[in-house]
Design a protein around this ligand. Structure first.
Ligand SMILES: Cc1cc2nc3c(=O)[nH]c(=O)nc-3n(C[C@H](O)[C@H](O)[C@H](O)COP(=O)(O)OP(=O)(O)OC[C@H]3O[C@@H](n4cnc5c(N)ncnc54)[C@H](O)[C@@H]3O)c2cc1C
Length: 382
């Protein structure tokens, strides 16, 4: 068994770090202060993603026939995610388009959809949002109600989405709607231009700062048949595979590790790291980040070996939740002053992430349910 990185992987990380050194502006930490959904960071992503694309880094992991690089493995993709996520992700929502929206278009899209969307995502010129959650449909997406009604030449969409990150500046939304049919059987996906008439985007203020969350209202929004991804009523099967990737898509283990190391360095500087309680809590949080990393790596290895998705992803996701939460709690308890206005941008972002990690990309409790069902084969209540 080999736990080290190969020469190729080390070279890739160096290339990426060199690119970030050359590309990120000196005031990057100010831009990143309010998180990837903020106006400042979305604006910056519009400069950064095209540069990343030109450097051959944005969609390097795509299949070769769609412009990916021969020999790039899921490991390089994980290295990319670690380096991006731990500095606050300058791609902003650019990661979503490249990592899971484009792959579902590759698999289920028409030739016209591929021609229209994939090139734009690969060049970094468009940003996407994800319109899944609704006021009464979060964990239970099967109860979503945003209605797409068939009309001549397309559909008319009515309803609303909530907690939509990035919506204020994104160009397109990957939208889950209800067509004919109940529960999962009636879910249909549309690739929707957010500038269409009848779409109203309203910000929701939250602990995560400006720009993170929105409500998106759809009133008689006409979308042509060509905007539908896959067959009518088959959206659930498409999105299940996408959600699987999203669960470990963000390298939270690395953000947790760097957060704890930064906090420890600061505590040492302030001569507050000799307290055995502080040291024990730092070690515990670091151990959780390490455990999460190994579990995430097990999933990556499964992808390299083309194993079918399994409960391993939910186990890794739950470990990421524990690691992120522990890092946030460590900072809040021992360096609370760093979380105030004017405090440390990286630590503030880590704290905000730890506060919401149990909900974003599939709630922690739902992951436990999936582990019980798919990993332990426990009977589920009807
Ligand atoms: C940072 C962040 C970014 C987000 N970005 C987006 C986005 O871009 N687009 C989007 O569509 N959504 C987004 N969301 C919303 C997110 O997907 C939902 O919050 C999540 O699916 C949970 O849904 P909910 O908020 O309705 O909570 P609920 O589903 O109502 O859950 C509330 C609580 O009940 C628990 N629970 C629910 N069902 C079960 C069950 N069967 N068994 C045990 N416990 C259960 C949950 O674990 C949770 O603790 C984002 C959320 C966050 C925090």
């Amino acid at each position: 068994m080999e736990f080290g990185w190969s020469e190729q992987q080390l070279a890739f990380r160096r290339k990426l770090l060199d690119f970030l050194d050359e590309t990120l502006p000196p005031d990057w930490s100010d831009i990143a202060r309010d998180g990837p959904g903020s106006h400042a960071q979305m604006d910056y992503a519009r400069e950064f993603c095209p540069k990343m694309a030109q450097a051959g880094l944005l969609t390097r992991h795509w299949p070769v026939e769609y412009g990916g690089e021969a020999g790039a493995t899921p490991w390089e993709h994980m290295i990319l995610s670690e380096e991006m996520w731990s500095i606050g992700d300058p791609r902003s929502s650019g990661y979503m388009g490249a990592n899971w929206i484009a792959p579902t278009i590759m698999k289920y899209g028409t030739p016209e959809q591929k021609a229209f969307h994939l090139g734009k995502i690969a060049s970094g010129e468009v940003l996407w949002a994800q319109g899944f959650s609704e006021p009464s449909a979060g964990s239970d997406l099967a109860s979503l109600r945003t209605q797409a009604t068939r009309v001549q030449g397309g559909y008319v969409i009515n309803g609303s989405k909530i907690w939509t990150s990035y919506a204020h500046s994104a160009d397109y939304v990957y939208l889950l709607t209800r067509t004919e049919g109940a529960a999962h059987a009636g879910i249909t996906i549309f690739l929707v231009d957010l500038k269409l008439p009848g779409i109203d985007i309203r910000p929701i203020n939250s602990i995560l700062g400006e720009g993170e969350f929105h409500e998106v209202f759809f009133t008689d929004v006409f979308v042509p048949d060509e905007a539908r991804l896959g067959e009518e009523g088959r959206g659930w099967a498409i999105v299940r595979a996408a959600l699987h990737s999203e669960r470990i898509g963000a390298a939270r283990h690395e953000m947790a590790r760097r957060t704890i190391l930064k906090a420890v360095a600061e505590l040492r500087r302030r001569k507050r790291f000799s307290d055995p309680v502080v040291r024990m809590r730092a070690a515990t949080a670091l151990a959780l980040a390490r455990a999460a990393r190994l579990l995430v790596y097990a999933v990556v290895e499964g992808r390299v070996k083309a194993r079918d998705p399994s409960a391993e992803t939910s186990i890794a996701r739950y470990a990421l939740y524990e690691a992120d939460k522990a890092a946030a709690a460590f900072v809040a308890e021992f360096l609370p002053e760093s979380l105030l206005d004017g405090g440390d941008g990286q630590l503030r972002a880590a704290f905000a992430s730890g506060a919401t990690v149990g909900l974003a990309a599939g709630s922690a409790e739902v992951q436990l349910n999936l582990i019980a069902r798919d990993g332990l084969s426990l009977p589920m209540k009807a």
